[in-house]
Structures are given as C-alpha cells and as structure tokens.
Write a protein that binds this ligand. Structure first.
Ligand SMILES: Cc1cc2nc3c(=O)[nH]c(=O)nc-3n(C[C@H](O)[C@H](O)[C@H](O)COP(=O)(O)O)c2cc1C
Length: 730
C-alpha cells in the first residue's frame, strides 16, 4: 500500500512538476494581490456610497459611459477604469474637489495575466488545470502516509518536516482548488445572451436599485462583454452582490462563497492572504526539494570511479580482492597511456551499458565450485536476453587449475556476452594462480587493441606474500558435548618476523601440494603483536563424514608447535574503515565472526570516535556464543557500542541474525544513511548472504517505502560504492 502511495506521490510530482510550479507560483502571487493592490492604490472604502450619489458622479465624470469599472476608495476617492483600443487607463477622482488625480499604473493587468495563467495557463487549458489540481490534491494527501517528521538537517527531512508542519494550509488551498474545479462553491450566474447591447455601469446600478435592494455601492465592473457585476450594500448595511445582464437583475448569494474565499485567501483580509502565500511557498519548496532529492539519488546511483566521459570500461568481479587489484592496475596503466577510463565493480554495471564504451575489459575470478563471485552474479545473470551488439570486450579470467572447474566464471561470462551479440576483440586469457605474468601478456594485446602504448606496466602492490607460521595455540570455541553445534576452533599462529597485514586480510592454506588453497579471514591486528595472527576456523564436514582437507589439517591434525607454509593475501575491501570517525556495523553468522575480532582488536588500539555495532547469530547461546567474554569486555570498555545476538536453536530465542537486522531496521538505516556507516557482513553465501540481502531489502521497503526492485537496486548501489561490504564464502 505504502509503495503504491509513494509511487503516486513521486511520479505525479515529478511528471507534472512544470505545470504544478506554474499553478503554485501564480497562486502565490494571487494570494498577495489584495495586499499589493492596497499598497499601490490605497485601501477600499469603509462606507459604500449611496446609489443616487454614485449615479450623479458617473453622470459628471463619465458622460459618454465608457468606464469599465468603478471603485470607491477611502478618503472619498472614486477610481474609474477605462479601456480604449485595448489600453487600460485608471483614473482616480477626488470627490471633495471633483478633480481628476494622476493616472495610476496599477498592477491590475499584471494580476489579470497571472489569474489567467492560474486558471487556464493563458492557453484556454482550463480542463488540464482541473486535472493537475486533482493530482496536486493526491500528492498532498498521500504525503503524510509516507514518513513521519524527523528533526534532522537533511534535505529529505526538511521536505518531510515542512510537509507536516504546513499540512493544514496546503491541504486547505489544494482541497478548495479541487472543489472549485468541481464547480462546488462557485456562484450560479444567470444565463445571458452575448448579442444583446452592453449594460453600462449607471444602468446596472440603477436597475439593481430599482428591481433589487441595492442602496449603496462599493464597486462595479463590466464582465463577459455585456454584463456588470457589482458589490454594494442593502438598506441595513449588509454586503450584497448583483449580476446585471441585459435581461435580468440577479442577486448572487453565494458570492464569493466560503470555498472561494478560502481558496483565494480573502476570508480574513491580509492575514488570510499571507497564509495562502505561505502555503504557496511551502508547496513550491516541497516540489523543488522532493524533485531535487530524487534527482540526487539518481545521480548518486550512477556515480563511479573515474572519468564520466570515459570510453574504456574496466570492470571486475572479485571474491577476495585479487581481480579488483588487477583491474585497478589495468585502469591505471591505460590512464597513464592517456586513455579515459571508468573503473567499476560488476556489482555497479548493467549489461545494457556496455555498447556505450569503445572497449570493455573484464577481469573476473572464479569462486566456490566454479561459481561467479557474489558481486558479479547479478550482472552475469542479467546477460541472457540482453542485446549487446556493438559492445567490444576482452576477458581476463582468474582461477586455480587445482579446482575442478578451472576459470569457469570467466568462461561463463564470455559465453553469455557472445550469445548476447557482443564482439570479442581479444581471446580469453585464463590465469592459473599468480596473475602477474599472464596479465602483462594480456595488457600488451589490450594496448594494441585500443591503440595506446602502455609503456612500463606496474603490477599491483601488496600481492600475495608467502609466510611460514607456527601454530601456537588451538582452542575449541563451541561446546563439544553439544551435537547441535558446529565444530569451530580459534587458532593462534606465530611468525619469526613481524607481519604486515590488517584485520580482514586472508591467510591461504594449501593442505597439500596441488590441492586447492582455502582462504581464512584474519581476526587479529599487528597493533596487538605483529608476530601473532589469529584465525577462527570451522571444520567442514564432507558428505562421507570426513573433515575438509584444509580445515581438518588446521583444527585436528596440525600439532601445536608445527610450522606451516601459507600465503598472506591483501583484502583491502574488507579492512576496517580508514576514517576514524566512520561508524561500522558488523554482521556475523557463526564463524563469520572471524575478521570482526580483528576489527575490534584494532578498535581498541586506535583512537576511534566512530562507534562499532556487532550483530552476531549462531545456534545456541550456551553452546556456540563465540568469544562471549571478550565481546562483553569490549562492550564494557566501549570498543563495542552495541551487540545484538540471535540464537536459532534456543527455545527462548529461535531468531537468525537477519531477524536482528529486521528488528533494528530503522536504526540501522539511520547509521548507514545519516551517519555514513559502513556495513560489513561475513558468513556463508548461501545462508547469511541471502538472509542479509532479503532482510535489508525488507527494511528499505518498510522504512523508506521503496518498491522491492528499488530496494535491491539501492543495495546494489551501496555495494558498488563500498558502503556495503560482503565477505561471503561457502
Ligand atoms: C573458496 C575458493 C574457491 C575457488 N574456486 C575456484 C574454482 O572453482 N575454479 C577456479 O578456477 N578457481 C577457483 N578459485 C581460485 C580463485 O579464482 C583465484 O584464487 C582468484 O585469483 C581469486 O580472485 P579474487 O580474489 O578476485 O576472488 C577459488 C578460490 C577460493 C578461495
């Protein structure tokens, strides 16, 4: 329901913005018209002038009966308006002397134009104005259902806050506008024949006095070619309005009527005019601020790293950061060669964008059992059915031939691009292990394909680093007596040399020569002790009940005190925030807590003002609440600002970490959007990965009124911007 309302509110406003703006600005000007006119011309008469005296003055001052309008003002001034050959003249007469004063240049013709603009856009489009008025009423009425006001200094909160604050006023002017469009509250005018001779002002006044109860006059004006509308008073001093047509003298009772005077802001003189003016200002602000917020979001969604006018796209799909690092080196080499390059994660690219580039270079790794990295999955899934003729691409596929499906993700990407009609400009290059050599060969051909001399190529810094570590401690974290829990160990390794790494980097363990390496997140910081490094490892159980090779080696077979050769790999995408005041949210399921113990250790050593919030889920509070005491201490010492837990197999809980996200949705969004927090999540792709995306999508739908596709798009955008960082492995 809320989604539909938001859809209506947004698209009616944006679609009709120019027309709405014309109506709002012209309405605002008309609201202040009486005040401006009083200021230019002087206030109206307090007392009407008797009919015989009015007729005498007209007889004296306008013998040829040319006046179009008359108006008595204070201090005995009679203003006559003449129009001759399309030109309006406004002449004031001092009734004490009978002399004509200086002709006035009133704002009347300006306001007449504005009134026309307000009623029919100067083009006779009163039907269109009518529909736009109903649309504006829908926009105003749907507004309050979309968000509560909040006292925060962002443009979108000003939009909501001001909308709520001025709601009675803006509702009044729009609802009365819609009623008038429906002909409610407008006076019923007598029928008349436009071919009849014109009724003059004195004739109209005389007839209204004879046939009706008019005894004194405030003002009169000819209208609709042959008629006269006049305002005066009856014998008891009550205001009366007459419309005198060639055939009829009609006393109009409903004029101006409550609806009309509410809409025009004339029910309480200058004050009501000012209130309507405020309503118009508020509506104008709401329209512009709402549109601006929307445009800004659109623009942000398209923001990428690099040159907006780039004609070469370097895009990557990376699970643990290698492809991203080589993509960066690729982009840098091309930029150094004078090319205009856009560098982006495939998480932030749509297939239909590819034909817009002269050349598309794709670097993609394979993960899991021949799978596409998480961040690139959406892109690869969207390829079938895309029409990409005109797109020119080359793929560098990273992989490891010890896996059964060597470079399968790169092959799948290439195949789908070809099927969609894209043209492959260089043959696919498959990388086995270290990309340095094959990358240089590929770049030579890339340079030739784009016609640039790439010169000296710079391989990325911080490549894999071989390390020899000795197991120093091993401690089981789950309760071995509880068969409901997974076997998880905390391992501490020592190194003879100080190690250079950051929490979140990876330690690759190859259990036997030729066997695939397994990555483990490092959960310590060199700030505590540069010669020690901590891992949290779950024992993988294979279908036949035997443990996985790498996890079995680390948790069961490797005796304490034994050295092991491993590889340290940078994973900069999953480091704690660089800026010390940037808040961080950590979402961990099971042994996904691994890197965050390092984040918290770093938090304790670096003076940081940005708070840390951990959401942790596992099976049983008593059996596998990993690092419980240490987390408790972090809370007490203030390194952890908040800890939410969920235990799915406890009778008194039964929640998953994704439920924690749903429950804390409003606050979580506040951290992400207003406090510019980073959200990290670590766990299994199949469980945490899916649960987290669904929960965050649900929160955006519920809290921000987005449609699910929009919410998913927002997540994709956050992932592409690096606000949402996932380390998901199966
Ligand atoms: C858990 C895991 C699974 C992998 N699965 C495959 C695979 O199925 N096929 C393959 O060729 N390479 C596989 N690899 C090797 C990676 O593709 C290779 O290490 C690559 O350089 C990683 O790049 P990235 O850091 O950008 O994800 C796997 C690596 C890991 C850590």
């Amino acid at each position: 329901m809320k989604r539909r309302l938001l859809w209506l509110h947004r698209w009616l406003s944006i679609g009709l913005a120019p027309l709405l703006l014309v109506l709002i600005v012209s309405g605002g000007l008309l609201a202040v018209q009486p005040v401006v006119e009083d200021w230019v011309a002087g206030p109206d008469a307090d007392v009407p002038v008797a009919v015989p005296e009015t007729l005498t003055w007209l007889d004296r001052l306008d013998q040829r009966q040319r006046a179009r309008a008359l108006r008595f003002e204070a201090d005995r001034v009679l203003v006559l308006t003449f129009s001759q050959r399309g030109e309006r003249r406004v002449v004031p007469f001092d009734l004490t002397t009978g002399e004509a004063g200086v002709e006035r240049a009133t704002g009347e013709s300006f306001f007449r134009t504005v009134r026309h603009l307000h009623k029919d856009l100067l083009l006779g489009l009163d039907g269109l104005v009518e529909w736009v008025t109903y649309a504006l009423l829908i926009i105003v009425v749907t507004g309050p259902w979309l968000a509560w006001p909040r006292l925060r200094n962002t443009l979108s909160d000003w939009h909501t806050g001001l909308g709520w604050l001025t709601l009675p006023l803006i509702f009044l002017v729009t609802a009365t506008g819609a009623l008038l469009a429906l002909q409610w509250g407008t006076p019923a005018l007598p029928e008349f024949d436009r071919d009849q001779p014109q009724v003059t002002l004195p004739a109209a006044i005389a007839r209204a006095a004879q046939q009706g109860d008019l005894v004194a006059v405030y003002e009169a004006e000819r209208f609709a070619q042959v008629s006269v509308a006049l305002q005066g008073a009856d014998a008891t001093g009550n205001r009366v309005t007459y419309v005198v047509t060639p055939g009829e003298v009609a006393r109009v009772t409903a004029y101006p009527g409550l609806v009309q005077s509410l809409h025009q802001g004339t029910w309480a003189g200058a004050i009501s005019g000012a209130l309507n003016g405020i309503a118009a200002l508020a509506l104008g602000f709401l329209l512009l601020s709402g549109t601006w917020v929307w445009l800004r979001r659109q623009w942000q969604a398209r923001r990428r790293e690099g040159d907006p006018a780039a004609d070469i796209l370097v895009a990557y799909g990376s699970q643990t950061g290698t492809a991203a690092r080589w993509a960066r080196a690729t982009a840098k080499a091309l930029r150094d060669g004078g090319e205009r390059v856009l560098e982006a994660s495939l998480a932030g690219v749509r297939p239909e964008e590819l034909p817009g580039f002269r050349q598309v270079l794709l670097i993609i790794s394979t993960t899991g059992d021949g799978e596409v990295p998480d961040a690139a999955r959406r892109f690869v899934d969207a390829l079938p059915g895309s029409r990409l003729s005109g797109a020119r691409f080359a793929v560098l596929a990273l992989g490891d031939s010890s896996y059964r499906q060597f470079c399968a993700a790169g092959e799948r990407l290439r195949q789908r691009l070809l099927t969609s009609g894209a043209e492959e400009v260089l043959p696919l290059v498959k990388v086995d292990g270290d990309p340095a050599g094959p990358w240089r060969g590929w770049m030579d051909r890339v340079g030739r394909a784009v016609g640039t001399d790439l010169g000296e190529l710079e391989a990325p810094d911080g490549g894999d680093q071989p390390v020899r570590l000795t197991l120093a401690q091993r401690q089981q974290l789950n309760d071995p007596a509880d068969p409901d829990t997974n076997e998880v160990w905390s391992l501490v390794f020592e190194c003879a040399e100080p190690l250079d790494y950051r929490p979140g980097d990876l330690l690759l363990v190859r259990p036997a020569p030729g066997a695939p390496a397994r990555p483990y997140s490092i959960g310590s910081t060199p700030l505590t002790d540069p010669r020690r490094l901590m891992l949290t490892v779950a024992v993988v159980t294979r279908d036949d009940g035997t443990p996985g090779e790498a996890s079995g080696l680390l948790c069961r077979q490797l005796p304490v005190g034994t050295p092991l050769d491993m590889t340290l790999r940078r994973h900069p995408h999953f480091h704690p925030p660089e800026s010390p005041d940037r808040p961080m949210i950590m979402v961990a399921a099971g042994c996904g807590i691994a890197p965050f113990m390092g984040f918290l250790a770093e938090q304790a050593h670096r003076p940081r003002t940005g708070p840390a919030w951990l959401l942790f889920g596992n099976r049983k509070r008593a059996g596998d609440f990993f690092y419980r005491e240490r987390l408790q201490r972090c809370l007490e010492e203030g390194h952890l600002y908040r800890l939410d837990t969920a235990f799915s197999r406890d009778a008194d809980d039964g929640r998953y970490v994704s439920d924690c996200i749903r429950e804390a949705g409003a606050e979580l969004l506040d951290w992400l959007e207003r406090r510019d927090a980073l959200l990290y999540a670590c766990g299994k792709a199949s469980t945490l990965g899916r649960g987290l995306r669904e929960a965050l999508t649900g929160v955006l739908v519920e809290q921000r009124g987005l449609a699910p596709p929009e919410a998913r798009e927002r997540l994709r955008q956050w992932e592409a911007e690096g606000r949402l960082r996932l380390d998901l492995i199966d």
